[in-house]
Design a protein around this ligand. Structure first.
Ligand SMILES: *[C@@H]1O[C@H](CO)[C@@H](O)[C@H](O)[C@H]1NC(C)=O
Length: 414
């Protein structure tokens, strides 16, 4: 081998090694900034998952800087690959379809059914930015098989290519279509169809129930229940006890949640810090929201761990102007008027202790209950945001299956 080539090879190898070291260092420092509570089930596993995700996000950012690919595309691609289920459960018939122009996947149990089946229209999570039919394929198969309900998974449009209300419009169109054809095409009783989702999907399900309640006035078909799995329900207050207590707990850090809401709305990240600090809500609005968002509405045990009451910061009119639509109930369902909340269907709400969104779920459960809407509230004391995706293999958490089984039991009793 000639000397020039040898030097080149060594040079390239050294550069690659330096790059890997740098990446490992960056991932390590980032991962050390997070806080994995000892109360979480298997803290080491959660740390490992977080490091992997941080590493992937970094590689995405580097590739984007180099002009090689778009970060959100890469993250979506990876999420599809890592969560995709290989193969299909026995006892299910799975079809791709389009409902009112929206791509969906339908999971039908094949076991004989005494009467018409129950149904669930499901909206995947992923901060309105990532997630797909693939990321919840395994989840939907599990729910359909165990509950013997027909599950329709909806591939709504995502940010940053599409902004609010594209996501919600797609969920509405697909749900309405399914309710219309459920009986004739799928043998499903349209009066026993629930809508549901996790995280951002839970936000869409809650918002959709409110939207339909306003439009229908009880005349047309509407979902019979809302299944909200650690839903995001408001962007007025990022300092609720759960936001303070779990601000650095994977897989959803506090800053990330503001980032997702802003991506959903309009993509203006310049106001992210102001929103986190609460400068986006005018004093008179904050006063109105207090009756729904006050930490005093939470059971005392949720205020105990590392929470301090904060004095509201000054308000910035310009920031409010930019994020105004985010305080509308269609984006923040927890801030809807009583009349609207009261007319939504019975709810199942799942919350996790180590999740910034825990209090969104608890406060919405309280509002619904206070207004006479039946609520089944399931709390996972050692759970974290995203847990239901980790049910198999060496990165599994026993609570994940327990959480999902509570969803299945709820559906069985619709
Ligand atoms: C549905 O579409 C996906 C993605 O295009 C494909 O991988 C899958 O095999 C299809 N499923 C069925 C049952 O046709």
């Amino acid at each position: 081998m000639d000397v020039g080539l040898a030097i080149l090879v060594i040079g390239v190898a050294a550069a690659a090694a330096a790059f890997c070291l740098l990446l490992v260092g960056l991932v390590y420092s980032e991962a050390m900034n997070c806080d994995v509570p000892s109360g979480v089930e298997s803290p080491t596993k959660l740390h490992a998952i977080h490091c992997f995700l941080v590493g992937m996000a970094m590689v995405g950012r580097i590739l984007e800087r180099l002009g090689l690919c778009d970060q959100s595309r890469l993250v979506r691609w990876l999420a599809d690959r890592s969560l995709r289920r290989r193969g299909q459960r026995a006892g299910l018939r799975i079809k791709n379809a389009t409902f009112a122009g929206v791509p969906v996947r339908v999971y039908e149990p094949t076991a004989a059914s005494a009467g018409k089946r129950r149904g669930l229209v499901y909206f995947h999570g992923g901060g309105w930015v990532v997630g797909s039919l693939e990321t919840v394929d395994d989840l939907c198969q599990y729910i359909a098989e165990k509950s013997e309900a027909t599950v329709v998974s909806v591939s709504y449009r995502l940010a940053p290519e599409h902004r609010y209300p594209a996501h919600l419009d797609d969920c509405e169109a697909a749900t309405r279509h399914f309710l219309t054809v459920a009986e004739a095409s799928f043998g499903v009783d349209p009066r026993r169809v629930a809508v549901g989702g996790d995280s951002a999907g839970g936000n869409l399900a809650a918002a959709l129930c409110q939207r339909l309640a306003k439009k229908e006035n009880g005349h047309l078909l509407a979902p019979c229940a809302q299944v909200l799995i650690y839903p995001a329900l408001q962007m007025a207050d990022f300092s609720l006890p759960s936001y303070q207590q779990n601000h650095a707990v994977p897989l959803l850090l506090r800053g990330r949640m503001a980032f997702y809401f802003l991506h959903y709305l309009n993509g203006d990240m310049s106001v992210c810090q102001d929103v986190l600090e609460g400068r986006h809500v005018p004093a008179e609005l904050m006063l109105r929201y207090r009756k729904w968002l006050s930490p005093d509405n939470l059971p005392a045990e949720f205020r105990a761990r590392g929470f301090c009451q904060q004095t509201p910061p000054g308000h910035d009119g310009e920031v409010y102007h930019i994020i105004k639509a985010g305080l509308e109930p269609e984006v923040s369902p927890l801030l809807a008027e009583d009349d609207v909340v009261r007319s939504t269907p019975p709810a199942f709400i799942l919350t996790c202790e180590y999740d910034v969104l825990r209090d969104d779920g608890i406060l919405y459960a309280k509002r619904l209950k206070d207004l006479g809407v039946p609520v089944t509230w399931q709390h996972i004391p050692d759970g974290f945001h995203g847990i239901i995706n980790f049910r198999k293999g060496w990165l599994s958490f026993p609570s994940a299956e327990r959480a999902l089984d509570s969803v299945v039991r709820y559906l069985e009793n619709l």
